[in-house]
Design a protein around this ligand. Sequence first.
Ligand SMILES: [Zn+2]
Length: 841
Amino acid sequence: MKKILLAFSFSVVSFINSYAQQPQKPDASEIFESIKKLNFLGSVLYLAAHPDDENTKLISYMANEVKARTAYLSLTRGDGGQNLIGPELRELLGVIRTEELLAARRIDGGEQFFTRANDFGFSKHPDETLSIWNKNQVLSDVVLAIRRFQPDIIINRFDHRSPGTTHGHHTSSAMLSVEAFDISNKTEQFPDQLKTVDPWQPKRLFFNTSWWFYGSKEKFDAADKSKLLQLDTGVYFPSSGLSNTEISAISRSQHKSQGFGNTGTRGSEYEYIELLKGDMPIDPNNIFEGINTTWSRVKGGEAIGKLLKQVEQEYDFKQPSSSIPNLVKAYTLIQNLEDTHWKTIKSNDIKHVIAACAGLYLEAAANHNWATINELVNLNIEVVNRSNLGITLESITLPNGTSLSKNMTLTNNKKFNFNYDYTIADTTKLTTPYWLLEQGTLGMYKVDKEALIGKPETPRTQNVIFNIKIANINIPFNKAVIYKTNDPVKGEVYKPFEIIPEVTSQLSEPVVIFAEDTQKQVAVKVTAGRSNIIGHVSLQTPDNWNVTPESHTLNIANKGETQTVLFTVTPPKTQSEVKVAPLVTLNGKTFSKALIEIDYEHIPFQTVVMPNESKFVRLDIKRKGDNIAYIQGAGDVVPESLRQIGYQVAEITPEDITPINLSRFDAVVVGIRAYNTLPDLKYKQQILFDYVANGGNLIVQYNTSHQLKVDTLAPYALQLSRERVTDENAKVTFLDPDNELLNSPNKISEKDFEGWTQERGLYFPSQWGPEFTPLLEIHDKNESKKEGSLLVAKYGKGHYIYTGLSFFREFPAGVSGAFRLFANMLSIGKENINLTSNLND
Ligand SMILES: [Zn+2]
């Protein structure tokens, strides 16, 4: 007997109630669809690399048309992507994208799993990907997911046979899936897992192909399709009034941080899946052909199947509660099954069908959306039965284990409210995302507890059990404690109930740049997780950084309130980069985590507890010029970073670009992808070029050749390409070592290219006019030399610079060399040094 740990997912798909926070309230049609699903015992696992790789048409088709248990295994949480809806990046973006996948699954009816692999950014080849990920750990996690979920069928989004043609994470996901398909049933593979799961052999492995993998629709039409299954994913569901392709579009539109809003379509639409392993179904439209998906696949299951078929046939849309007696009989039979896998899954599913048929509403709401250990929490419990059935509330078990006997008959539509206080046990774990609690590596999250590996979220620890007797059978219903409030605009708002530290603290800036050796003040905000916080906060820095005062006294009366204190920091005389963290002491206990809240309407409110280190950087930097104009494109934090090193930066729009306006600036900097996102720049190019001719500096950061809104990007010939260097440590060779840009006012050396993050740069020009001087050669391993990352040309009295170097990534990470090089770009051709730092080295 194995203990199976499964994330519960209710198979009812709700479109009206798709706000992530709200409890599901299935209507009569939705209940009927989930009764039909109770009668299907087959599982499909869809597998790819990132949130948003998944084909929601196919997932929704499997979950809602075929009625299979359907899950998406995304190897990563998408930390390396961009964020179109807010400032969160890296780990916090991974939290958002995790929740976006869960929001998508709530709509298309799938479940969601992950591995410990971290999306470290773009990767050109699976060899690179699998050397940065711990290949064996990720394979182990894929095998664990297969052994837990027990899919009959696995569908890969990507082709394992074409490395180098797509993101290395994509091909790696397919390669690991193929390997896992062959070994998940072998007891000698990852034997430690077999304490909690059984070996498992899926029956078929497919690749979700498409005409674009063939190059064109014509080539696809002409191709051999004997190994392809064709599925019409455009089926219509009268029960919801939606086509499958409309549901999948709503699901896909949950990837809001990636701007994947999607318009639904109607009518037949085919998806093709290519058989890679296992036997080919004779019927090319039935993916499960030859696989037993009825109750007879489980020992003792036939009687259950017969009963549930009857429930399906006799279902009364006007009175779903008439199904309850037979559903309860089926529930009882399920409890006697030896097969723990299907017993666990179907018990959960049928319980929720029973509750839905009875209109049984069970809720436990806390008086705040968070609490700390040892805190007294007030719970408001609501119980109401909205059916004529004799239902009894036997007892309620509170999260601390206290059982309260009730023995109350729940008469039709009579609401019961109970109020209880309970204390959060001092052994209770934090509810923050489990994969962020410990420092991982570039390629992997650190998660030691096997029970957590693969889970989309940290399991809720605060649950209330409602022991309900229906048709003389005791059925326990487990409900996570929630918090709810009324918002004057949004109405009812739900939030998860979180366990957080007693106190958290955060430095105001993740990176503080000291361009001179004068002191700066930094603020630390301390947040009380509970009332009556009395203690101290100090700033932990190495000895050569001076901080005053040594500590501040904390005195915060009420839970949720904050106190902000200021420290004066004096940097050392020499260049230095250090990690700095505030430390709070309460009664001899120390706290060093930050609390970060993420609030978007399409996902549940997120409360993340993370290490709160900031980086202090003492720069050895000189600069010329002072006033900079910045034209924001897709959005970056370069202006704030330039202010940190002493520049006056004015953010301007295309409308502001006039000869008079520009004349007061020493340099104009164009933000990333501005020529892709600002069509009006087309009319301003000549003014910008004239500004350069009159002695200004124009610095243009990366753009993509796709959707370029201007014909003349530069005053001379310049051709963009898709060339990029993804290895942030790739060797940099100086092509023109004596060039002013590499020498004045800062002498640039190899050292300035140390400690870069994520990549060197992207979308380098591949061809340019003879007026340009290329300054750097950088390339990834086993690739041709690339000289287009930094190009400078004299134009009239000024300079035009084009660079694909990723300053927008290096500045927020406080990379000294990136600041020094950018200062040279702004300074080129200028007379006065505005600032000289008095460094000794
Ligand atoms: Zn992807």
